[in-house]
Design a binder for this molecule. Structure first.
Ligand code: ADP
Ligand code: ADP
Length: 226
């Protein structure tokens, strides 16, 4: 599903974010990525959806070497990968439903089909009653649900969440986590970079720990660490 072979990343300013990453994540897994600030977690997940390019090494998503992929194929890759961010990144002038529909309008899906898909994912995230609210009329947890709905609307094989609970209170964080688990139960691979020690230690799942750009632990039913 996702493979990295000896992946290195040095940013143009000389900062080395990743050093020799080898990893394989299989279909249907739920994976936490943990580590101190600046360890390279965000770079690690950005490489998976080609928001950043590796300096060296190979990355496969769904069997495709994404670094060799032609520019015009990138939107196709992105459609197979849903991404959720700490700060939601919703478009403020659009309603919740419009934010979710956007990705489908771009690919010129017929209107009737868009309406059905949007209704389905909004129901999945429990926000059918907030379809027409704008982001500033929604709580943080609700905004993150909309962001999750948007990430899922193309039926991606993998959902990448970069600190999805970073701006949420503990109770709301758990709601979002349960939502991600529900999505994982339906077969979507979930990769979640997080600082949420409580969640990682309570829900024993695969934990990939990164420090100074290297994988220092990769455990099946792991813990957050020190
Ligand atoms: P984490 O998500 O674990 O906090 P990051 O992947 O964001 O780690 O950062 C890893 C290292 O790469 C840090 O030293 C950081 O300063 C550096 N870095 C991240 N993004 C950039 C960038 N766009 N330009 C230059 N350096 C960066
Ligand atoms: P074509 O028939 O023109 O190859 P496809 O829609 O089957 O059109 O695929 C287009 C390209 O998109 C592929 O050659 C590949 O580069 C990329 N691609 C296809 N499927 C995936 C996928 N599941 N994940 C990532 N990239 C993909």
């Amino acid at each position: 599903m996702i493979e990295m072979h000896d992946v290195w990343k040095t940013y143009p300013n000389g900062a080395t974010a990743l050093q020799g990453i080898d990893i394989r994540i299989d279909r249907g897994e739920f994976v936490y990525v943990v580590g101190p600030s600046g360890a390279g977690k965000s770079t690690f997940v950005k490489l998976m959806y080609r928001a950043e390019r590796p300096t060296k090494g190979q990355i496969f998503v769904n069997g495709f070497n994404i670094d060799r992929m032609r520019e015009r194929r990138i939107p196709y890759l992105r459609r197979h990968i849903g991404v959720v961010f700490q700060d939601f990144k919703l478009l403020p002038q659009l309603t919740a439903a419009e934010n979710v529909a956007f990705a489908l309008e771009v690919i010129e899906m017929p209107r009737r089909q868009i309406r059905r898909r949007v209704a389905d994912v909004m129901e999945l995230v429990g926000l059918s009653h907030k379809m027409h609210a704008r982001p500033n009329e929604l709580s943080g947890g609700e905004q993150q649900r909309v962001a999750v709905a948007r990430a899922l609307v193309n039926n991606p094989v993998v959902l990448i969440a970069d600190e999805p609970t970073g701006n949420l209170d503990p109770e709301t964080s758990w709601e979002i986590l349960r939502l991600l688990e529900k999505i994982n139960d339906r077969g979507t691979t979930v990769v979640m970079a997080t600082h949420n020690r409580d969640i990682v230690n309570t829900r024993k799942k695969r934990v990939i720990a990164i420090e100074q750009g290297r994988i220092v632990r990769d455990e099946e039913r792991g813990v957050y660490g020190l």
